[in-house]
Design a binder for this molecule. Structure first.
Ligand code: GGG
Length: 349
C-alpha cells in the first residue's frame, strides 16, 4: 500500500536513532536517501530523540516534542533501536511501543528476503511477516501480587476485532499484490481459543474481499518448525504482536543475519521505517554494525510513500553489494566496517 506522492512538493523525514547501534545505522540510512537525489522531492531531515538513554538524561523516554514533530512537520520517519532494561525501572516505558500506539502505526511489515546469486534468479527465501503492532501482550498491563505460595505475576492480553480486522486487511492487500497471493494466519487458538480465536476469525472474515488470495492457518509453534524446514511454503504471514515479533526475528536466521531485515511501522496516515534488530550493546562503538537493515528500511519507507524508483535504486545497490560479497560486516562473515558498506552501497545508488 502506498501513500500518494503527487501532492508532495517536499519530503520531511524524522530521524530517531534512539539507543545503541541505532545511532550508527540511522545516519547510514540518511546517507542512502540523500544519494537518491532527484528521484525524490527536496528532502529535509529532522533529528529527534527518544530511548533509554534519553530517559536517563531527561527523565522522559519519548519527549512530547518528538511526537509533536512527527505529527506536525514530518511526512515519515526512521527509528533505530531501543535498549529497554529487562527489569522494571520506575517511570520508564518503551518509547517504540508508545510511538507505535500514539501514531496508530498498527502494522509492522517485515519482508524477509534472501539475495539470489544473480539478479535473474528468484530468491530462495521470500516472505513477509505482518505483525499486529498495537495490542496483544504489548499493551503492558502487568501486575505482581502476593499469593498463597509466593509472588504471582499476571499480564493482560488484548485482542480486538477492530485491530485484527485491519491487520488482516493490510495482510490480504499485501498478499494480493504479490505473485503467489498466499496468506498464512498464525495463531494458537487450540490453547488460547478466546483471544487467538478472535484474531483468527477476524482475519478470516476479510477473505471474502480478496478471493484471489489463498489462505492457510498455522499454529505458531509448528509455524516456527516449518519456517526452518520448508521456508518456501510461506508468502505473507499475519500474526498477533508477540508471535509476529518472535517469528520475524527467527525468519531473519534464514537470510543470514538480523542485520539485514527491514521493517516499516505503518498506519493509514504515517509510516516509520525501523530495522528489525535491536540496539546490540555488545558491538556499540566498534563500527561493525550492519547498516543494511536500516538502509532497506529507508527503501521500504520510500516505497510505502510511493517513491518506488528511489526505493528500487537503494535495494538494487544493496543487492549488488551483498552479491559481490567483498564488503560485508562480521554478522555476514565479512570484515568490513559500517562506513565501508555504506560507501559501497552509495556508490551503486
Ligand atoms: N529496532 C527494533 C528494536 O529496537 N528492538 C528492540 C526491542 O524490541 N526493544 C523493545 C523495547 O526496548 O522496548
Amino acid at each position: 500500500r502506498s501513500m500518494a506522492t503527487s501532492a508532495r512538493k517536499s519530503l520531511t523525514i524524522g530521524l530517531i536513532p534512539a539507543d545503541g547501534i541505532g545511532k550508527e545505522v540511522i545516519p547510514a540510512a540518511r546517507t542512502a536517501i540523500e544519494a537518491v537525489g532527484s528521484d525524490l522531492p527536496p528532502t529535509r531531515f529532522v533529528d529527534l530523540i527518544a530511548g533509554f538513554e534519553t530517559f536517563t538524561r531527561t527523565g522522559v523516554a519519548l519527549p512530547d516534542e518528538t511526537v509533536e514533530s512527527l505529527q506536525k512537520e514530518c511526512d515519515s520517519a526512521l527509528f533505530g533501536s531501543v535498549s529497554s532494561p529487562s527489569k522494571k525501572v520506575v517511570g520508564y516505558s518503551s518509547p517504540i511501543v508508545a510511538l507505535r500506539k500514539k501514531l496508530d502505526l498498527y502494522a509492522n511489515v517485515r519482508p524477509v528476503l534472501s539475495v539470489s546469486p544473480s539478479p535473474d534468479q528468484p530468491s530462495a527465501v521470500d516472505m513477509v511477516v505482518v505483525r499486529e503492532n498495537t495490542e496483544c501482550l504489548y499493551i503492558k498491563q502487568e501486575q505482581q501480587t502476593l499469593g498463597e505460595h509466593g509472588k504471582e505475576a499476571r499480564a493482560t492480553r488484548l485482542i480486538t476485532e477492530r485491530a485484527s480486522t485491519r491487520i488482516g486487511q493490510m495482510a490480504f492487500e499485501l498478499a494480493q499484490a504479490r505473485a503467489r497471493k498466499h496468506l498464512t494466519i498464525i495463531h494458537k487458538s487450540n490453547v488460547l481459543s478466546v483471544t487467538d480465536g478472535l484474531f483468527r476469525e477476524s482475519v478470516r472474515a476479510v477473505h471474502e474481499k480478496y478471493p484471489d488470495v489463498t489462505v492457510a492457518e498455522q499454529l505458531v509453534d509448528s509455524a516456527v518448525y516449518r519456517l526452518f524446514r520448508e521456508p518456501q511454503i510461506y508468502d505473507v504471514m499475519v500474526a498477533p504482536n508477540l508471535y509476529g515479533d518472535i517469528l520475524s526475528d527467527a525468519a531473519a536466521a534464514l537470510v543470514g543475519s538480523l542485520g539485514v531485515v527491514p521493517s516499516v511501522n505503518a498506519g493509514d496516515n504515517f509510516v516509520m521505517g525501523e530495522p528489525v534488530h535491536g540496539s546490540a550493546p555488545d558491538i556499540v562503538g566498534q563500527e561493525i554494525a550492519n547498516p543494511i537493515a536500516s538502509i532497506r528500511s529507508a527503501a521500504l519507507m520510500l516505497r510505502h510513500l510511493g517513491y518506488n524508483k528511489g526505493a528500487d535504486r537503494i535495494d538494487s545497490a544493496v543487492d549488488a553489494v551483498v552479491r559481490e560479497g567483498q564488503l560485508l560486516t562480521p554478522d555476514l562473515g565479512g570484515k568490513a566496517k559500517t562506513s565501508e558498506v555504506v560507501n559501497a552501497i552509495v556508490k551503486r545508488i
